[in-house]
Design a protein around this ligand. Structure first.
Ligand code: PGA
Length: 251
């Protein structure tokens, strides 16, 4: 059985007090046993969030990290620093990092290597722009993102990889891929991994959908055979909507 995951990506939202208010409320919630729940706050609040949630089944995740182990990289945060405050999972390759911080696949492959070397789990984001979708190039693009960012990894490395498919045109826009569109490309991603590695490995990888997931569409999206959960932006900023999404798996 693949792991079901709902991860909240807070982006550059929520200061320390807002983080604490959210977490105090989150602690009162009952979580389904078969869903891994994750929250990715800003770097400044990771340590506090980890300590606050220590007794609760919620993982605290980083939104990014630097590819080097340490050194003269002003303003950056290393894998070892994240681990030292209890963070074992990192989101890499988010489309906002790719677009606004010029992170390309080569750099991301280095970040993935550093994360895995430090025994972290990577949530690796891929997804096409609207033009790619319109021209039918989205399959190619997603395949290239997988190949360039992840296909240098060994079979064993895949135990610590989660994929988040996030069509850029659906992020923060209110526009979602239809459940059928999500299923179609998630299936394609799994088949592409199976071709390169094996069906066994592909069947074990959790593939999350991201892009305007809300309580009103989560049930239908999560019911798709190859959708194993979601990476949630806007709707993860309120406990009520986040929990509705955490509880959106059927059965
Ligand atoms: P959104 O963001 O849910 O606000 O569209 C998703 C993401 O960027 O991970």
């Amino acid at each position: 059985m693949r792991k079901k995951i709902v991860a909240g990506n807070w982006k550059m939202n929520n200061d320390l007090a807002q983080t604490e208010t959210f977490l105090v409320n989150l602690k009162k919630q009952i979580f389904p046993e078969d869903v891994a729940v994750m929250i990715a706050p800003a770097f400044t609040n990771l340590s506090h969030a980890f300590t606050s949630m220590r007794e609760h089944p919620v993982s605290i995740v980083a939104q990014n990290m630097h590819q080097s182990e340490e050194g003269a990289f002003t303003g950056e945060v290393s894998a070892k620093m994240l681990k030292s405050v209890g963070v074992n999972t990192v989101i890499l390759g988010h489309s906002e990092r790719r677009a606004y911080f010029n992170e390309d696949s080569q750099l991301l492959a280095e970040k993935v290597n550093t994360a895995l070397k430090n025994e972290m789990t990577v949530i690796y984001c891929i997804g096409e722009e609207l033009e790619d979708r319109k021209s039918g190039n989205h399959f190619n693009l997603v395949k290239n993102q997988l190949t360039e960012g992840l296909f240098h990894l060994s079979s064993d490395d895949w135990d610590n990889i989660v994929i988040a498919y996030e069509p850029v045109w659906a992020i923060g826009t209110g526009e979602t891929a239809s459940p059928e569109q999500a299923q179609e490309i998630h299936k394609f991603i799994r088949e592409t991994i199976a071709e390169k590695y094996s069906k066994d490995i592909a069947d074990k990888v959790s593939i999350l959908y991201g892009g305007s997931v809300k309580p009103s569409n989560a049930v239908e999206i999560f019911s798709q055979a190859d959708v194993d959960g979601g990476l949630i932006g806007g709707a993860a900023l309120k406990v009520d909507s986040f929990m509705d999404i955490v509880n959106a798996f059927e059965g």
